[in-house]
Design a protein around this ligand. Structure first.
Ligand SMILES: Nc1ncnc2c1ncn2[C@@H]1O[C@H](COP(=O)(O)OP(=O)(O)OP(=O)(O)O)[C@@H](O)[C@H]1O
Length: 581
Protein backbone atom coordinates (compact mmCIF):
# COMPACT_ATOMS: atom_id res chain seq x y z
CA UNK A 1 0.00 0.00 0.00
CA UNK A 2 1.34 3.47 -0.80
CA UNK A 3 1.97 5.75 2.13
CA UNK A 4 -0.95 8.01 2.99
CA UNK A 5 0.05 11.61 2.58
CA UNK A 6 -1.58 14.80 3.65
CA UNK A 7 -1.91 17.60 1.12
CA UNK A 8 1.12 19.77 1.57
CA UNK A 9 1.19 23.35 0.42
CA UNK A 10 4.73 23.01 -0.91
CA UNK A 11 3.61 20.31 -3.36
CA UNK A 12 0.88 22.61 -4.65
CA UNK A 13 3.16 25.67 -4.79
CA UNK A 14 5.96 23.98 -6.74
CA UNK A 15 3.63 23.81 -9.77
CA UNK A 16 2.45 27.40 -9.31
CA UNK A 17 5.92 28.89 -8.95
CA UNK A 18 6.63 28.98 -12.72
CA UNK A 19 3.39 30.94 -13.31
CA UNK A 20 3.74 33.29 -10.34
CA UNK A 21 3.92 36.50 -12.41
CA UNK A 22 0.80 35.57 -14.31
CA UNK A 23 -0.91 35.01 -10.97
CA UNK A 24 0.22 38.42 -9.74
CA UNK A 25 -1.27 39.97 -12.90
CA UNK A 26 -4.44 37.94 -12.34
CA UNK A 27 -4.73 39.25 -8.80
CA UNK A 28 -4.05 42.81 -9.87
CA UNK A 29 -6.79 42.67 -12.51
CA UNK A 30 -9.16 41.08 -10.03
CA UNK A 31 -8.60 43.94 -7.56
CA UNK A 32 -9.40 46.50 -10.24
CA UNK A 33 -12.51 44.57 -11.19
CA UNK A 34 -13.57 44.52 -7.51
CA UNK A 35 -13.06 48.26 -7.20
CA UNK A 36 -15.26 48.77 -10.28
CA UNK A 37 -17.92 46.48 -8.84
CA UNK A 38 -17.95 48.51 -5.62
CA UNK A 39 -18.24 51.85 -7.43
CA UNK A 40 -21.21 51.05 -9.67
CA UNK A 41 -23.94 50.72 -6.96
CA UNK A 42 -22.87 54.14 -5.66
CA UNK A 43 -23.49 55.64 -9.09
CA UNK A 44 -26.96 54.08 -9.10
CA UNK A 45 -27.55 55.46 -5.58
CA UNK A 46 -26.73 58.98 -6.78
CA UNK A 47 -28.79 58.50 -9.91
CA UNK A 48 -31.88 57.50 -7.89
CA UNK A 49 -31.41 60.31 -5.37
CA UNK A 50 -30.96 62.90 -8.12
CA UNK A 51 -33.86 61.53 -10.15
CA UNK A 52 -36.17 61.74 -7.13
CA UNK A 53 -34.70 65.12 -6.04
CA UNK A 54 -33.20 68.07 -7.86
CA UNK A 55 -31.03 66.36 -10.47
CA UNK A 56 -30.80 67.84 -13.97
CA UNK A 57 -31.12 65.77 -17.14
CA UNK A 58 -27.45 66.48 -17.93
CA UNK A 59 -26.19 65.17 -14.57
CA UNK A 60 -28.44 62.09 -14.88
CA UNK A 61 -27.07 61.40 -18.36
CA UNK A 62 -23.50 61.77 -17.09
CA UNK A 63 -24.19 59.27 -14.29
CA UNK A 64 -25.86 56.84 -16.73
CA UNK A 65 -22.91 57.15 -19.14
CA UNK A 66 -20.45 56.54 -16.29
CA UNK A 67 -22.42 53.49 -15.19
CA UNK A 68 -22.40 51.99 -18.70
CA UNK A 69 -18.70 52.79 -19.18
CA UNK A 70 -17.72 51.10 -15.91
CA UNK A 71 -19.96 48.11 -16.65
CA UNK A 72 -18.32 47.62 -20.08
CA UNK A 73 -14.79 47.92 -18.64
CA UNK A 74 -15.73 45.44 -15.93
CA UNK A 75 -16.97 42.96 -18.54
CA UNK A 76 -13.66 43.27 -20.40
CA UNK A 77 -11.86 42.57 -17.16
CA UNK A 78 -14.09 39.54 -16.53
CA UNK A 79 -13.24 38.07 -19.96
CA UNK A 80 -9.50 38.74 -19.51
CA UNK A 81 -9.60 37.25 -16.01
CA UNK A 82 -11.24 34.13 -17.37
CA UNK A 83 -8.63 33.81 -20.10
CA UNK A 84 -5.70 34.36 -17.77
CA UNK A 85 -7.16 32.03 -15.12
CA UNK A 86 -7.48 29.23 -17.68
CA UNK A 87 -3.99 29.94 -18.97
CA UNK A 88 -2.53 29.62 -15.46
CA UNK A 89 -4.58 26.45 -14.88
CA UNK A 90 -3.36 24.77 -18.08
CA UNK A 91 0.27 25.75 -17.62
CA UNK A 92 0.45 24.51 -14.04
CA UNK A 93 -1.60 21.33 -14.50
CA UNK A 94 0.29 20.39 -17.67
CA UNK A 95 3.41 20.28 -15.52
CA UNK A 96 1.65 17.83 -13.19
CA UNK A 97 0.53 15.73 -16.18
CA UNK A 98 4.13 15.63 -17.45
CA UNK A 99 5.48 14.63 -14.00
CA UNK A 100 2.86 11.89 -13.66
CA UNK A 101 3.49 10.50 -17.16
CA UNK A 102 7.27 10.53 -16.72
CA UNK A 103 6.97 8.87 -13.32
CA UNK A 104 4.53 6.26 -14.63
CA UNK A 105 6.80 5.40 -17.55
CA UNK A 106 9.58 4.68 -15.08
CA UNK A 107 7.50 2.45 -12.83
CA UNK A 108 8.24 -1.27 -12.99
CA UNK A 109 6.33 -3.87 -15.00
CA UNK A 110 4.74 -5.38 -11.88
CA UNK A 111 2.93 -2.05 -11.39
CA UNK A 112 1.91 -1.86 -15.07
CA UNK A 113 0.66 -5.43 -15.07
CA UNK A 114 -1.83 -4.46 -12.37
CA UNK A 115 -3.12 -1.33 -14.13
CA UNK A 116 -4.99 -1.01 -17.39
CA UNK A 117 -3.89 1.78 -19.78
CA UNK A 118 -7.40 3.29 -19.53
CA UNK A 119 -7.08 3.58 -15.76
CA UNK A 120 -3.68 5.21 -16.12
CA UNK A 121 -5.03 7.75 -18.63
CA UNK A 122 -7.68 8.73 -16.11
CA UNK A 123 -5.05 9.11 -13.41
CA UNK A 124 -2.67 11.14 -15.55
CA UNK A 125 -5.28 13.30 -17.23
CA UNK A 126 -8.71 12.97 -15.56
CA UNK A 127 -7.54 13.51 -11.99
CA UNK A 128 -5.43 16.47 -13.05
CA UNK A 129 -8.27 18.07 -15.02
CA UNK A 130 -10.20 17.99 -11.75
CA UNK A 131 -7.54 20.21 -10.23
CA UNK A 132 -7.31 22.74 -13.03
CA UNK A 133 -9.87 25.25 -11.76
CA UNK A 134 -8.33 25.05 -8.33
CA UNK A 135 -4.90 25.81 -9.74
CA UNK A 136 -6.05 28.69 -11.88
CA UNK A 137 -8.41 30.51 -9.63
CA UNK A 138 -8.31 29.22 -6.07
CA UNK A 139 -5.81 31.59 -4.47
CA UNK A 140 -6.91 34.51 -6.63
CA UNK A 141 -10.61 33.98 -5.96
CA UNK A 142 -10.09 33.48 -2.24
CA UNK A 143 -8.06 36.68 -1.95
CA UNK A 144 -10.47 38.50 -4.29
CA UNK A 145 -13.54 37.36 -2.33
CA UNK A 146 -12.05 38.51 0.96
CA UNK A 147 -11.13 41.89 -0.51
CA UNK A 148 -14.64 42.36 -1.89
CA UNK A 149 -16.21 41.33 1.42
CA UNK A 150 -13.98 43.71 3.35
CA UNK A 151 -14.75 46.51 0.87
CA UNK A 152 -18.51 46.06 1.17
CA UNK A 153 -18.51 45.69 4.95
CA UNK A 154 -16.11 48.62 5.44
CA UNK A 155 -18.25 50.85 3.29
CA UNK A 156 -21.43 49.78 5.07
CA UNK A 157 -19.94 50.56 8.50
CA UNK A 158 -19.59 54.19 7.42
CA UNK A 159 -23.27 54.41 6.50
CA UNK A 160 -25.02 52.16 8.98
CA UNK A 161 -23.25 50.19 11.71
CA UNK A 162 -26.37 48.06 12.55
CA UNK A 163 -26.70 46.90 8.94
CA UNK A 164 -22.96 46.38 8.64
CA UNK A 165 -23.03 44.36 11.88
CA UNK A 166 -25.89 42.17 10.53
CA UNK A 167 -23.94 41.58 7.33
CA UNK A 168 -20.73 40.87 9.23
CA UNK A 169 -22.48 38.23 11.40
CA UNK A 170 -23.93 36.57 8.31
CA UNK A 171 -20.56 36.66 6.53
CA UNK A 172 -18.64 35.18 9.48
CA UNK A 173 -21.27 32.47 10.01
CA UNK A 174 -21.27 31.49 6.33
CA UNK A 175 -17.51 31.38 6.05
CA UNK A 176 -17.20 29.54 9.39
CA UNK A 177 -19.68 26.85 8.32
CA UNK A 178 -18.04 26.44 4.92
CA UNK A 179 -14.60 25.99 6.38
CA UNK A 180 -15.84 23.65 9.11
CA UNK A 181 -17.30 21.25 6.56
CA UNK A 182 -14.89 21.88 3.68
CA UNK A 183 -13.63 18.28 3.64
CA UNK A 184 -17.09 16.73 3.61
CA UNK A 185 -16.92 15.63 -0.02
CA UNK A 186 -13.22 14.74 -0.37
CA UNK A 187 -13.53 11.00 0.28
CA UNK A 188 -16.63 10.68 -1.87
CA UNK A 189 -14.89 12.63 -4.67
CA UNK A 190 -11.94 10.27 -4.44
CA UNK A 191 -14.32 7.31 -4.80
CA UNK A 192 -15.90 9.08 -7.79
CA UNK A 193 -12.47 9.47 -9.44
CA UNK A 194 -11.70 5.78 -8.84
CA UNK A 195 -15.05 4.75 -10.35
CA UNK A 196 -14.24 6.87 -13.41
CA UNK A 197 -10.77 5.36 -13.71
CA UNK A 198 -12.23 1.82 -13.54
CA UNK A 199 -14.80 2.69 -16.20
CA UNK A 200 -12.12 3.97 -18.55
CA UNK A 201 -10.00 0.91 -17.80
CA UNK A 202 -12.94 -1.29 -18.77
CA UNK A 203 -13.64 0.59 -22.00
CA UNK A 204 -9.96 0.57 -23.03
CA UNK A 205 -9.56 -3.13 -22.26
CA UNK A 206 -12.64 -4.03 -24.29
CA UNK A 207 -11.74 -1.88 -27.26
CA UNK A 208 -8.18 -3.18 -27.40
CA UNK A 209 -9.56 -6.75 -27.36
CA UNK A 210 -12.26 -5.99 -29.91
CA UNK A 211 -11.40 -8.92 -32.20
CA UNK A 212 -11.79 -11.50 -29.45
CA UNK A 213 -14.88 -9.79 -28.09
CA UNK A 214 -16.67 -9.79 -31.44
CA UNK A 215 -15.51 -13.23 -32.49
CA UNK A 216 -16.79 -14.76 -29.24
CA UNK A 217 -20.13 -12.92 -29.32
CA UNK A 218 -19.17 -11.18 -26.08
CA UNK A 219 -20.67 -7.75 -26.86
CA UNK A 220 -23.94 -8.15 -24.83
CA UNK A 221 -22.03 -9.45 -21.77
CA UNK A 222 -19.55 -6.61 -22.02
CA UNK A 223 -22.31 -4.04 -22.31
CA UNK A 224 -23.75 -5.53 -19.16
CA UNK A 225 -20.47 -4.95 -17.33
CA UNK A 226 -20.25 -1.48 -18.81
CA UNK A 227 -23.72 -0.58 -17.50
CA UNK A 228 -22.76 -1.81 -14.04
CA UNK A 229 -19.60 0.30 -14.09
CA UNK A 230 -21.61 3.30 -15.30
CA UNK A 231 -24.07 2.82 -12.44
CA UNK A 232 -21.19 2.93 -9.97
CA UNK A 233 -19.89 6.13 -11.62
CA UNK A 234 -23.35 7.70 -11.39
CA UNK A 235 -23.96 6.69 -7.79
CA UNK A 236 -20.55 7.74 -6.56
CA UNK A 237 -20.78 10.98 -8.59
CA UNK A 238 -24.18 11.84 -7.13
CA UNK A 239 -23.02 11.21 -3.59
CA UNK A 240 -19.85 13.25 -4.10
CA UNK A 241 -21.80 16.13 -5.64
CA UNK A 242 -24.40 16.19 -2.85
CA UNK A 243 -21.69 16.31 -0.22
CA UNK A 244 -19.71 18.92 -2.11
CA UNK A 245 -22.66 21.32 -2.45
CA UNK A 246 -23.69 21.05 1.21
CA UNK A 247 -21.53 24.03 2.34
CA UNK A 248 -23.02 26.14 -0.45
CA UNK A 249 -26.61 25.15 0.50
CA UNK A 250 -25.98 26.20 4.09
CA UNK A 251 -24.87 29.65 2.95
CA UNK A 252 -27.98 30.05 0.76
CA UNK A 253 -30.19 29.53 3.85
CA UNK A 254 -28.10 31.95 5.93
CA UNK A 255 -28.21 34.48 3.12
CA UNK A 256 -32.01 34.46 3.01
CA UNK A 257 -32.07 35.46 6.69
CA UNK A 258 -29.43 38.15 6.13
CA UNK A 259 -31.32 39.79 3.22
CA UNK A 260 -34.55 39.83 5.24
CA UNK A 261 -32.83 41.42 8.25
CA UNK A 262 -31.05 44.08 6.14
CA UNK A 263 -34.26 44.98 4.29
CA UNK A 264 -36.22 45.31 7.56
CA UNK A 265 -33.58 47.61 9.10
CA UNK A 266 -33.20 49.66 5.88
CA UNK A 267 -36.93 50.21 5.47
CA UNK A 268 -37.16 51.29 9.10
CA UNK A 269 -34.30 53.78 8.62
CA UNK A 270 -35.95 55.12 5.46
CA UNK A 271 -39.33 55.53 7.15
CA UNK A 272 -37.63 57.49 9.94
CA UNK A 273 -36.02 59.72 7.30
CA UNK A 274 -32.50 58.68 8.26
CA UNK A 275 -31.57 57.45 4.76
CA UNK A 276 -32.65 58.31 1.21
CA UNK A 277 -34.32 55.89 -1.20
CA UNK A 278 -31.04 55.78 -3.13
CA UNK A 279 -29.15 54.67 -0.02
CA UNK A 280 -31.81 52.01 0.63
CA UNK A 281 -31.15 50.71 -2.86
CA UNK A 282 -27.39 50.82 -2.17
CA UNK A 283 -27.83 48.72 1.00
CA UNK A 284 -29.95 46.21 -0.87
CA UNK A 285 -27.46 46.09 -3.75
CA UNK A 286 -24.47 45.61 -1.43
CA UNK A 287 -26.28 42.85 0.45
CA UNK A 288 -26.88 41.12 -2.88
CA UNK A 289 -23.23 41.67 -3.81
CA UNK A 290 -22.15 40.18 -0.52
CA UNK A 291 -23.57 36.92 -1.76
CA UNK A 292 -21.17 36.83 -4.74
CA UNK A 293 -17.88 36.50 -2.83
CA UNK A 294 -19.48 34.09 -0.38
CA UNK A 295 -20.81 32.02 -3.27
CA UNK A 296 -17.34 32.20 -4.83
CA UNK A 297 -15.84 30.94 -1.59
CA UNK A 298 -18.41 28.12 -1.63
CA UNK A 299 -17.52 27.27 -5.23
CA UNK A 300 -13.85 27.32 -4.43
CA UNK A 301 -14.43 24.99 -1.51
CA UNK A 302 -16.23 22.63 -3.90
CA UNK A 303 -13.27 22.90 -6.26
CA UNK A 304 -10.94 22.39 -3.33
CA UNK A 305 -12.69 19.12 -2.46
CA UNK A 306 -12.48 17.89 -6.05
CA UNK A 307 -8.91 19.07 -6.37
CA UNK A 308 -7.86 17.58 -3.06
CA UNK A 309 -9.15 14.16 -4.10
CA UNK A 310 -7.22 14.51 -7.39
CA UNK A 311 -4.11 15.73 -5.63
CA UNK A 312 -4.23 12.90 -3.11
CA UNK A 313 -4.41 10.40 -5.96
CA UNK A 314 -1.66 12.12 -7.95
CA UNK A 315 0.65 12.35 -4.96
CA UNK A 316 -0.07 8.73 -4.14
CA UNK A 317 1.01 7.79 -7.67
CA UNK A 318 4.11 9.99 -7.47
CA UNK A 319 5.06 8.44 -4.15
CA UNK A 320 5.26 4.95 -5.66
CA UNK A 321 8.80 3.84 -6.36
CA UNK A 322 9.90 1.50 -9.08
CA UNK A 323 11.29 -1.76 -7.75
CA UNK A 324 14.07 -1.40 -10.32
CA UNK A 325 16.78 0.68 -8.72
CA UNK A 326 19.19 2.60 -10.90
CA UNK A 327 22.84 1.48 -10.87
CA UNK A 328 25.89 3.74 -11.21
CA UNK A 329 27.73 1.99 -14.02
CA UNK A 330 27.46 4.19 -17.10
CA UNK A 331 28.76 1.96 -19.87
CA UNK A 332 29.33 -1.55 -21.14
CA UNK A 333 32.42 -2.86 -23.00
CA UNK A 334 32.51 -2.08 -26.73
CA UNK A 335 31.53 -4.72 -29.33
CA UNK A 336 29.27 -7.77 -28.96
CA UNK A 337 28.34 -8.43 -25.32
CA UNK A 338 28.74 -11.61 -23.31
CA UNK A 339 25.76 -12.85 -21.26
CA UNK A 340 25.75 -14.94 -18.12
CA UNK A 341 22.98 -16.18 -15.81
CA UNK A 342 24.21 -17.49 -12.47
CA UNK A 343 21.69 -19.52 -10.43
CA UNK A 344 18.84 -17.17 -11.26
CA UNK A 345 15.47 -17.69 -9.60
CA UNK A 346 12.49 -15.57 -10.54
CA UNK A 347 8.78 -15.22 -9.81
CA UNK A 348 6.18 -12.72 -11.03
CA UNK A 349 4.09 -13.29 -7.93
CA UNK A 350 5.55 -14.20 -4.55
CA UNK A 351 3.90 -17.60 -4.33
CA UNK A 352 4.66 -18.85 -7.85
CA UNK A 353 8.23 -19.37 -9.03
CA UNK A 354 8.55 -19.21 -12.82
CA UNK A 355 12.32 -19.72 -13.32
CA UNK A 356 14.38 -22.10 -11.20
CA UNK A 357 18.12 -22.01 -10.82
CA UNK A 358 18.92 -20.85 -14.37
CA UNK A 359 22.63 -20.80 -15.24
CA UNK A 360 24.27 -20.43 -18.64
CA UNK A 361 26.97 -18.41 -20.36
CA UNK A 362 27.31 -16.90 -23.83
CA UNK A 363 30.57 -15.50 -25.16
CA UNK A 364 30.55 -12.21 -27.11
CA UNK A 365 29.12 -12.78 -30.60
CA UNK A 366 27.65 -16.23 -29.81
CA UNK A 367 24.07 -17.09 -30.72
CA UNK A 368 21.75 -18.98 -28.42
CA UNK A 369 18.54 -20.71 -29.45
CA UNK A 370 16.06 -20.89 -26.58
CA UNK A 371 13.47 -23.64 -27.00
CA UNK A 372 10.74 -25.13 -24.84
CA UNK A 373 7.01 -25.57 -24.63
CA UNK A 374 4.59 -22.68 -24.20
CA UNK A 375 4.84 -21.27 -20.70
CA UNK A 376 8.25 -22.84 -20.01
CA UNK A 377 9.78 -19.40 -19.26
CA UNK A 378 11.50 -18.34 -22.50
CA UNK A 379 10.05 -14.83 -22.68
CA UNK A 380 10.62 -14.38 -18.96
CA UNK A 381 14.37 -14.86 -19.50
CA UNK A 382 14.35 -12.08 -22.12
CA UNK A 383 12.41 -9.74 -19.80
CA UNK A 384 14.97 -10.35 -17.06
CA UNK A 385 17.85 -9.56 -19.41
CA UNK A 386 16.28 -6.15 -20.05
CA UNK A 387 15.74 -5.77 -16.31
CA UNK A 388 12.01 -5.26 -16.65
CA UNK A 389 11.70 -7.20 -13.38
CA UNK A 390 14.01 -7.82 -10.45
CA UNK A 391 15.13 -11.40 -9.95
CA UNK A 392 14.55 -13.22 -6.63
CA UNK A 393 18.20 -14.23 -6.37
CA UNK A 394 21.25 -15.07 -8.46
CA UNK A 395 23.14 -12.77 -10.84
CA UNK A 396 22.71 -11.72 -14.46
CA UNK A 397 25.74 -10.22 -16.20
CA UNK A 398 25.86 -8.49 -19.56
CA UNK A 399 29.34 -7.68 -20.90
CA UNK A 400 30.65 -8.96 -17.55
CA UNK A 401 28.71 -6.30 -15.60
CA UNK A 402 25.98 -7.21 -13.09
CA UNK A 403 22.92 -5.53 -14.62
CA UNK A 404 21.80 -4.34 -11.17
CA UNK A 405 24.81 -2.05 -11.04
CA UNK A 406 24.14 -0.61 -14.51
CA UNK A 407 22.16 2.50 -15.33
CA UNK A 408 19.03 1.34 -17.16
CA UNK A 409 19.72 3.79 -19.96
CA UNK A 410 23.16 2.19 -20.52
CA UNK A 411 21.55 -1.24 -20.80
CA UNK A 412 18.77 -0.16 -23.18
CA UNK A 413 21.27 1.64 -25.42
CA UNK A 414 23.10 -1.62 -26.14
CA UNK A 415 20.45 -4.32 -25.90
CA UNK A 416 17.65 -4.63 -28.44
CA UNK A 417 14.57 -6.81 -28.29
CA UNK A 418 12.06 -7.87 -30.90
CA UNK A 419 8.90 -9.10 -29.21
CA UNK A 420 6.03 -11.10 -30.65
CA UNK A 421 3.73 -8.08 -30.39
CA UNK A 422 5.06 -5.24 -32.49
CA UNK A 423 3.78 -1.90 -31.29
CA UNK A 424 3.13 0.82 -33.84
CA UNK A 425 2.85 4.46 -32.84
CA UNK A 426 0.74 7.17 -34.38
CA UNK A 427 3.20 8.76 -36.80
CA UNK A 428 4.94 8.28 -40.14
CA UNK A 429 6.72 5.12 -41.23
CA UNK A 430 10.03 6.94 -40.59
CA UNK A 431 8.97 7.87 -37.01
CA UNK A 432 8.00 4.28 -36.37
CA UNK A 433 11.21 2.83 -37.73
CA UNK A 434 13.50 5.28 -35.96
CA UNK A 435 11.26 5.54 -32.88
CA UNK A 436 11.17 9.32 -33.31
CA UNK A 437 14.97 9.54 -33.35
CA UNK A 438 15.64 12.45 -35.72
CA UNK A 439 19.42 11.84 -35.62
CA UNK A 440 19.00 8.91 -38.00
CA UNK A 441 19.31 10.00 -41.63
CA UNK A 442 17.08 8.71 -44.44
CA UNK A 443 20.17 7.14 -46.03
CA UNK A 444 20.77 5.03 -42.94
CA UNK A 445 17.12 4.03 -42.81
CA UNK A 446 17.05 3.07 -46.51
CA UNK A 447 20.33 1.17 -46.23
CA UNK A 448 18.90 -0.90 -43.38
CA UNK A 449 15.58 -1.44 -45.14
CA UNK A 450 17.42 -2.61 -48.22
CA UNK A 451 19.62 -4.97 -46.22
CA UNK A 452 16.70 -6.55 -44.44
CA UNK A 453 14.66 -7.00 -47.62
CA UNK A 454 11.91 -4.58 -46.60
CA UNK A 455 12.37 -2.27 -49.60
CA UNK A 456 9.48 -3.65 -51.74
CA UNK A 457 7.12 -3.15 -48.81
CA UNK A 458 8.26 0.44 -48.20
CA UNK A 459 8.09 1.23 -51.95
CA UNK A 460 4.52 -0.02 -52.03
CA UNK A 461 3.50 2.51 -49.36
CA UNK A 462 1.77 5.60 -50.84
CA UNK A 463 4.24 8.20 -49.48
CA UNK A 464 7.31 6.04 -48.77
CA UNK A 465 8.86 6.89 -45.41
CA UNK A 466 6.37 9.73 -44.96
CA UNK A 467 3.35 7.40 -45.08
CA UNK A 468 1.30 7.54 -41.91
CA UNK A 469 0.81 4.33 -39.95
CA UNK A 470 -2.10 3.53 -37.67
CA UNK A 471 -1.24 3.06 -34.03
CA UNK A 472 -1.75 -0.49 -32.78
CA UNK A 473 -0.21 -2.46 -35.62
CA UNK A 474 -3.41 -3.55 -37.35
CA UNK A 475 -1.98 -2.50 -40.72
CA UNK A 476 0.83 -5.10 -40.65
CA UNK A 477 0.78 -8.85 -41.17
CA UNK A 478 2.68 -11.05 -38.69
CA UNK A 479 5.66 -11.40 -41.07
CA UNK A 480 5.75 -7.72 -41.96
CA UNK A 481 5.55 -6.82 -38.29
CA UNK A 482 8.60 -8.95 -37.54
CA UNK A 483 10.58 -7.47 -40.42
CA UNK A 484 9.51 -4.04 -39.28
CA UNK A 485 10.63 -4.72 -35.71
CA UNK A 486 13.94 -6.15 -36.91
CA UNK A 487 14.61 -2.97 -38.88
CA UNK A 488 13.78 -0.89 -35.84
CA UNK A 489 16.25 -2.82 -33.68
CA UNK A 490 18.86 -2.90 -36.44
CA UNK A 491 18.84 0.90 -36.59
CA UNK A 492 19.75 1.12 -32.90
CA UNK A 493 22.98 -0.84 -33.65
CA UNK A 494 22.66 -3.14 -30.64
CA UNK A 495 25.43 -5.30 -29.19
CA UNK A 496 23.02 -7.90 -27.85
CA UNK A 497 19.72 -8.80 -29.49
CA UNK A 498 16.85 -10.88 -28.20
CA UNK A 499 14.42 -12.14 -30.81
CA UNK A 500 11.09 -13.52 -29.63
CA UNK A 501 9.83 -14.96 -32.88
CA UNK A 502 6.11 -15.14 -33.69
CA UNK A 503 4.44 -18.45 -32.89
CA UNK A 504 2.20 -18.26 -35.98
CA UNK A 505 3.56 -19.93 -39.08
CA UNK A 506 4.72 -17.63 -41.86
CA UNK A 507 4.70 -18.48 -45.56
CA UNK A 508 7.95 -19.84 -46.98
CA UNK A 509 8.90 -16.62 -48.83
CA UNK A 510 8.38 -14.37 -45.77
CA UNK A 511 10.20 -16.85 -43.58
CA UNK A 512 13.18 -16.83 -45.95
CA UNK A 513 13.24 -12.99 -45.98
CA UNK A 514 12.98 -12.97 -42.21
CA UNK A 515 15.80 -15.46 -41.88
CA UNK A 516 18.07 -13.33 -44.10
CA UNK A 517 17.21 -10.29 -42.01
CA UNK A 518 17.97 -12.12 -38.75
CA UNK A 519 21.29 -13.31 -40.12
CA UNK A 520 22.20 -9.77 -41.12
CA UNK A 521 21.24 -8.42 -37.73
CA UNK A 522 23.15 -11.05 -35.80
CA UNK A 523 26.30 -10.59 -37.84
CA UNK A 524 27.71 -8.00 -35.48
CA UNK A 525 26.20 -8.83 -32.10
CA UNK A 526 25.43 -11.53 -29.58
CA UNK A 527 21.98 -13.03 -30.14
CA UNK A 528 19.33 -14.91 -28.21
CA UNK A 529 16.57 -16.37 -30.37
CA UNK A 530 13.41 -17.62 -28.74
CA UNK A 531 12.30 -20.09 -31.36
CA UNK A 532 8.98 -21.75 -31.99
CA UNK A 533 10.31 -23.46 -35.13
CA UNK A 534 13.57 -25.34 -34.83
CA UNK A 535 14.31 -24.67 -38.51
CA UNK A 536 15.16 -21.06 -37.62
CA UNK A 537 17.93 -22.25 -35.33
CA UNK A 538 20.17 -23.76 -38.00
CA UNK A 539 22.83 -21.11 -37.52
CA UNK A 540 22.92 -20.73 -33.74
CA UNK A 541 25.97 -21.85 -31.73
CA UNK A 542 24.26 -22.95 -28.52
CA UNK A 543 20.91 -24.44 -27.60
CA UNK A 544 19.09 -24.16 -24.26
CA UNK A 545 16.02 -26.28 -23.62
CA UNK A 546 13.58 -25.08 -20.97
CA UNK A 547 10.93 -27.15 -19.26
CA UNK A 548 8.62 -25.74 -16.58
CA UNK A 549 11.03 -22.97 -15.72
CA UNK A 550 14.13 -25.18 -15.50
CA UNK A 551 16.96 -25.34 -18.01
CA UNK A 552 17.10 -29.05 -18.68
CA UNK A 553 19.72 -28.83 -21.39
CA UNK A 554 22.40 -26.39 -22.53
CA UNK A 555 25.19 -27.03 -25.00
CA UNK A 556 26.67 -26.61 -28.49
CA UNK A 557 23.93 -27.03 -31.13
CA UNK A 558 25.87 -29.39 -33.38
CA UNK A 559 26.82 -31.72 -30.56
CA UNK A 560 23.23 -31.82 -29.22
CA UNK A 561 21.79 -32.34 -32.70
CA UNK A 562 23.95 -35.43 -33.16
CA UNK A 563 23.38 -36.87 -29.70
CA UNK A 564 20.32 -39.18 -29.84
CA UNK A 565 19.93 -39.07 -26.07
CA UNK A 566 19.61 -35.27 -25.99
CA UNK A 567 16.29 -33.45 -25.58
CA UNK A 568 17.13 -31.23 -28.57
CA UNK A 569 17.63 -34.30 -30.79
CA UNK A 570 14.20 -35.57 -29.71
CA UNK A 571 12.62 -32.16 -30.43
CA UNK A 572 14.22 -32.11 -33.89
CA UNK A 573 12.70 -35.51 -34.69
CA UNK A 574 9.23 -34.35 -33.58
CA UNK A 575 9.59 -31.16 -35.60
CA UNK A 576 10.54 -33.08 -38.75
CA UNK A 577 7.60 -35.46 -38.33
CA UNK A 578 5.23 -32.47 -37.92
CA UNK A 579 6.59 -30.87 -41.05
CA UNK A 580 6.20 -34.09 -43.03
CA UNK A 581 2.62 -34.39 -41.80
N1 LIG B 1 3.17 -10.86 -16.30
C1 LIG B 1 3.05 -12.07 -15.75
N2 LIG B 1 2.53 -12.20 -14.52
C2 LIG B 1 2.43 -13.43 -13.96
N3 LIG B 1 2.80 -14.57 -14.54
C3 LIG B 1 3.30 -14.51 -15.77
C4 LIG B 1 3.46 -13.25 -16.46
N4 LIG B 1 4.00 -13.50 -17.67
C5 LIG B 1 4.18 -14.83 -17.75
N5 LIG B 1 3.76 -15.43 -16.63
C6 LIG B 1 3.83 -16.87 -16.34
O1 LIG B 1 5.19 -17.26 -16.37
C7 LIG B 1 5.34 -18.52 -17.00
C8 LIG B 1 6.36 -18.42 -18.12
O2 LIG B 1 5.86 -17.53 -19.10
P1 LIG B 1 6.69 -17.10 -20.38
O3 LIG B 1 5.93 -16.05 -21.08
O4 LIG B 1 8.08 -16.79 -19.96
O5 LIG B 1 6.66 -18.45 -21.22
P2 LIG B 1 7.18 -18.72 -22.71
O6 LIG B 1 8.00 -19.95 -22.65
O7 LIG B 1 7.78 -17.52 -23.28
O8 LIG B 1 5.79 -19.01 -23.45
P3 LIG B 1 5.41 -18.76 -25.00
O9 LIG B 1 6.20 -19.73 -25.80
O10 LIG B 1 3.94 -19.08 -25.04
O11 LIG B 1 5.69 -17.33 -25.31
C9 LIG B 1 3.95 -18.94 -17.46
O12 LIG B 1 3.45 -19.86 -16.51
C10 LIG B 1 3.15 -17.68 -17.44
O13 LIG B 1 1.82 -17.96 -17.07
Amino acid sequence: MPPKQSLSMSWFLQYLRPVKWRMVLLLFMLLISIALQLVNPQIVQRFIDQATGTGTAASLLTLAGLYIGIAVINQLFTVSLDYLGNDVAWRSTNRIRASLLQHTLRLDMRFHNRKTPGEMIERIDGDVTHMSNFFGMFIVQIVGSFVLLTGILGYMFVFSPPIAATMAVFTCLSIGVMFAIRNLGVKASQAERQANASLFGLIEERISGIEDVQANGGVPRLMNRYHRAMRTVFQSGLKAWLLRITPWNVTVILFTFAVTAVLLISVRLYLHGQITIGTLFLFFQYTQMLNDPIEQLGNQIQEFQKAKSGMNRSRELLSLHSEIEEGDEESLPAGPLSVSFEQVNFSYNEDQRVLHDISFELKPGERLGLVGRTGSGKSSISRLLLRLYNIDNGTIRVGGVDIRSLRQEALYRRVGMVTQDVQLFDGTLRDNLTLFNSNLSDEEVFETIEKLGLRPWVDAMPDGLDSRLDAGGASLSAGEAQLFALTRVFLTKPSLVILDEPSSRLDAATEATLQTAVDQLLERCTGIIIAHRLSTLDKVDKIAVLREGRMIEFGAREALAQNPSSEYFRLLQTDRQEELA
